[in-house]
Ligand binder design. Sequence first.
Ligand code: AMP
Length: 309
Amino acid sequence: MSKLLIVGTLAFDAIETPFGKTDKILGGAATYIGLSAANFGIQSGIVSVVGGDFPEEYLKMLNAKQVDTQGVEIVKDGKTFFWSGRYHNDMNSRDTLVTELNVLEQFNPKVPQDFKDAGIVLLGNLHPLVQNAVLEQLEVTPKLVVLDTMNFWMDIALPELKEVIQKVDVITINDEEARQLSGEYSLRVAARKIQAMGPKYVVIKKGEHGALLFGEDQIFFAPALPLEEVFDPTGAGDTFAGGFAGYLTKTKDISFENMKNAIVYGSNMASFCVEKFGTERMQNLTKEEIFDRLEQFKSLTQYEMSLSK
Ligand code: AMP
């Protein structure tokens, strides 16, 4: 079975949207990535760290979905990473209210032996030094390394981030962050500048406005599915990345053509994530629901048009 190695935070999140507010609930980049990738029938494993305050039932929930957590260190007397954010009325932008690194501050990741030969590695949102340390422990060169990051790390660890960016094949990043990283407003120019930093492919996520994939000379765009209800966009980017990498791990085809499909699969998974607060929707998702929505995606985006000059 193909293997996906996931790196990222396991967290407590407190979220405010125009529809309500939560206390500390389960969140974290690796949580969303794992829950998304779990739908592709692959072997996946998380490298992360939590404190003694992280309920064991959360790890059990991931294990029940065949997401391996051997690589999750538990620091008994430490506190789990905590993030809090507030969404604006349009739900497309948010303010980070609190980021408490806690156990992340002193984290030395250890990749379990079973995942040192993973075919695909998804370096999800976490300190770039941790992302780098994971790459250094691999025993077999992966077919593809995908990196996801956010403005927080650009603000506090840009040189380290640039070092790891050099080593990856694909970067997934949102539009605002692509502009911050490149210093360019045009996403086309931004993508070209980011490609010059290392990654052959750049995926720019535009929230409810879809996602762009930039290859060597090609560009592909997929919209997001227009939804009736959006409650909480938290984790949509990670869920997208988990679907993207999960699909590529399953199909073992990393061509540009297949990455287009991976973008659609990623967008499809993200469309569920935003329908409920936190991870709730991703914890209760069926194969039928995923398939039905893929059909909706297909009919939304496909059209025949004959061109003549
Ligand atoms: P997204 O909405 O896809 O950007 O992801 C939100 C998730 O990322 C939340 O569940 C947070 O716990 C997690 N998160 C927020 N800030 C950071 C950070 N600086 N590093 C890693 N994960 C983060």
